[in-house]
Design a protein around this ligand. Structure first.
Ligand SMILES: Nc1nc2c(ncn2[C@@H]2O[C@H](COP(=O)(O)OP(=O)(O)O)[C@@H](O)[C@H]2O)c(=O)[nH]1
Ligand SMILES: [Mg+2]
Ligand SMILES: [Zn+2]
Length: 227
């Protein structure tokens, strides 16, 4: 017996969604080629809101910008607060405000970079909209996908939002300075990550104390050393 087919509206919604994603994929493929030609390595930073993307970037730009020329595209639904925080580092920063859209899409990145002077830039960070759901399925033409998970948000996030963790090149466990205070269960978190994202590297960092940041910079420099 065949399972009942979904109602017509549901099928229609699924078809439209797939068409949007196909279009985004094609767009991202063109962007990836453009970045490669221009020698720009692109890193997509993904996480729930408040996991520490902006603070990680603030410290990274301060420490890394004189080793390698960097720039940032940052997405939020509203405000340019993050862009203002990041501009203090002196690198080019472009804020995308998405309004109601809860993720970044390839066409938004294309528009942003068209307005930026990236002539000398080798490493472009994209701080995605804080959200563990749809950013996972929108390719932005990036070379590396790094998913942040702070020690404050619960060890089982990868079980609840597997897609974003499965597509990660590396997972950054952030705010390690707070691990003891919040009773972070390190072995449970590592077991869950190994189960959901067995191929992802895990980096443990604190942007506040600087713990683990050199390993993160090595990871970024390794990415930019590839042709
Ligand atoms: N203790 C501690 N707090 C952090 C760390 N990183 C970020 N935070 C704090 O967490 C909050 C959210 O950080 P933010 O970078 O804005 O997160 P985003 O929403 O992912 O960009 C801010 O109050 C930060 O000061 C860290 O390594 N240690
Ligand atoms: Mg932010
Ligand atoms: Zn979304």
């Amino acid at each position: 017996v065949n399972p009942p087919s979904p109602p017509r509206e549901t099928r229609r919604t699924v078809e439209i969604r797939q068409a949007i994603l196909r279009k985004n994929d094609a767009h991202a493929a063109r962007l990836r080629q453009m970045f490669r030609q221009r020698g720009i390595h692109v890193v997509n930073l993904l996480s729930s809101p408040g996991s520490g993307k902006t603070m990680l970037l603030q410290r990274t730009l301060t420490d890394l910008a004189d080793r390698i020329p960097c720039a940032v595209v940052v997405g939020d639904l509203a405000t340019d607060n993050d862009a203002r925080r990041l501009r203090a580092s002196g690198v080019p920063v472009h804020q995308i405000t998405t309004g109601t859209v809860c993720h970044l899409e390839a066409n938004m990145i294309e528009q942003a970079v068209a307005e930026m002077d990236l002539r000398d830039v080798r490493l472009l960070f994209v701080e995605n909209v804080g959200n563990l759901v749809c950013p996972a399925v929108y390719d932005l033409g990036e070379e590396g996908r790094f998913v942040l998970m702070s020690v404050c948000e619960g060890e089982d996030k990868p079980l609840k939002y597997p897609r974003i963790f499965k597509t990660a090149d590396a997972v950054l466990l952030t705010k390690m300075d707070l691990a003891d205070a919040v009773g972070f269960d390190h072995s449970t978190a590592m077991r869950i990550l190994a189960e959901v994202a067995p191929d992802a590297e895990v980096l443990e960092v604190s942007a506040r104390t600087g713990m683990g940041m050199e390993a993160w910079y090595d990871r970024l420099l390794k990415l930019t050393a590839s042709p």
